[in-house]
Design a protein around this ligand. Sequence first.
Ligand code: FMN
Length: 318
Amino acid sequence: MTTKRLILAPLRGFTDAVFRNAFQRHFQGVDEAVAPFVTSIKGRRIKPSHLRDLAPADNRAMSVVPQILSNNPDEFLCLANTLFDLGYREINWNLGCPFPMVAKKKRGSGLLPHPDSIDRMLEKTLHGFSGNLSIKTRLGRFSGDEMDRLIPVFNRYPLARVIVHPRTGVQMYTGRVDLEAFDICLTQISHPVVYNGDISDLAMFQLLESRFPSSSGWMLGRGLIANPFLPEMIQSATRIICHRNTRFKKFHDDLVDGYRRQFSGPGHVLDRMKGFWFYFAANFPDGRRIVKRIRKADSLDRYRHAVTAVFDGQDRWG
Ligand SMILES: Cc1cc2nc3c(=O)[nH]c(=O)nc-3n(C[C@H](O)[C@H](O)[C@H](O)COP(=O)(O)O)c2cc1C
């Protein structure tokens, strides 16, 4: 079995430490995760609660790379060095977040039309940080042409790798991934390049792998949440996975237990689990109806009831 480097994508509100640990207990095939972003903050003191998801004791199951959302080199360095002191050797800089509230403040994908600001930021941060820095980027904020000015900037600095999600910021998560533009990134970026975007089944992965054999890794987000068996399928190049329904149910129950320990009230657990079903439902034959039923649950007991009906009934997984 050849091993492909598979990386769990950061999805805020989904791929936190509870998810990462539960995933590792029940599934195989993922090498590491980039954690959802933490924002840099003014001032020198960073409260432990700001970094709760990255507490080393809760992140032993899987190799984790923290991600920072920032456009301020001093704040970035303060946070990056705090994370370095906690034991993290690579920090990822978020240059992809598409949300207008973030982008308008020149953060995430909002920085992409400003390669000079990115240049200054890299110059300053790499000077004061002794760990490895990687970047997760889109093709641009408004247009893929922005990459023409970004790639020379990326190539001037010793980055550990560049993860490319080949959409623009204004595309958000819709429309086509631009594989021609990814091809250009792969050829022109002088650092290891990781592909990210729309890997939702084995066929899509195999198509991408044969087209981009020099990609240094593959990052999976929504496709992995919807189908956590996907990394095993990719690693073993088969769609046949035994005991899916039972294994998925155990994973699900483990998630609920994890969030019950983490959150103070059942309402938060319920909200979080309802969020997951938006993705989980894709792999159940009658997913829409299931989501409707689960959304109606107004207590954890009712939620459990609805979910048991899914796992025991006709709508079983896969
Ligand atoms: C709900 C949600 C939250 C996300 N949070 C982050 C984040 O914190 N940091 C980041 O770099 N990307 C974030 N992303 C983008 C994903 O990491 C990934 O780039 C995107 O979903 C495309 O990959 P996929 O098609 O495999 O999901 C988020 C995406 C979604 C849908």
